[in-house]
Design a binder for this molecule. Structure first.
Ligand SMILES: Nc1c(NC[C@H](O)[C@H](O)[C@H](O)CO)[nH]c(=O)[nH]c1=O
Ligand SMILES: CC(=O)[C@@H](O)COP(=O)(O)O
Length: 155
């Protein structure tokens, strides 16, 4: 029989940081609502959740790294919205955020959850922020809980 190791959504004594970018705040605040709603429903103690707002997605890796290194959090959830404009700026902001957050997770061994929308249009972002395509902030929160549980089991 193989041994299965997998995380579940109800780890105990969870300490979370949520980094939210102010850029495109009309989207990112909806992602935050979705994340907080799920965490509350899963029984997470809201006093153990810290919300940090930063300017844009590009700044998130530094903020996430600082939080991860503090040793105060079991996971860092990053919520942002990068929406394509007329120039190549999108590629740099979205790519920098994705690569920086991935590096932060590997360097610190603290789960860093990529709840950053990277969309071609505002409509696509709205659809993923609590309307027809769900709420990616809520999905990110569930991923954080699963990863916390999994990391504890692998320790
Ligand atoms: N265009 C978007 C940005 N741009 C701002 C950058 O994230 C950054 O704050 C600026 O370049 C200064 O370093 N940020 C987003 O989160 N979403 C965008 O669509
Ligand atoms: C994602 C972006 O950085 C974007 O909003 C910038 O728009 P533009 O390329 O039109 O300057």
């Amino acid at each position: 029989m193989p041994v299965f190791i997998e995380g579940h959504y109800r780890p105990e004594r969870v300490r979370l940081a949520i980094v939210v970018s102010r850029f495109n705040h009309f989207i990112t605040e909806r992602l935050l609502e979705g994340a907080l709603d799920v965490l509350q429903r899963q029984g997470v103690d809201m006093d153990q959740v810290t919300v940090v707002r930063c300017p844009g997605a590009f700044e998130m890796p530094l903020v996430a790294r600082k939080l991860a290194r503090s040793g105060r959090y079991d996971a860092i959830i990053c919520l942002g919205a990068v929406i394509r404009g007329a120039t190549s700026h999108f590629e740099y902001v979205a790519g920098g955020a994705a690569q920086g957050l991935a590096r932060t997770m590997l360097d610190t061994e603290v789960p860093v959850i990529f709840g950053v929308l990277t969309t071609d249009t505002i409509e696509q972002a709205i659809e993923r922020a609590g309307t027809k395509a769900g709420n990616k902030g809520a999905e990110a929160a569930l991923t954080a809980l699963e990863m916390i549980d999994l990391m504890r089991k692998l320790d």
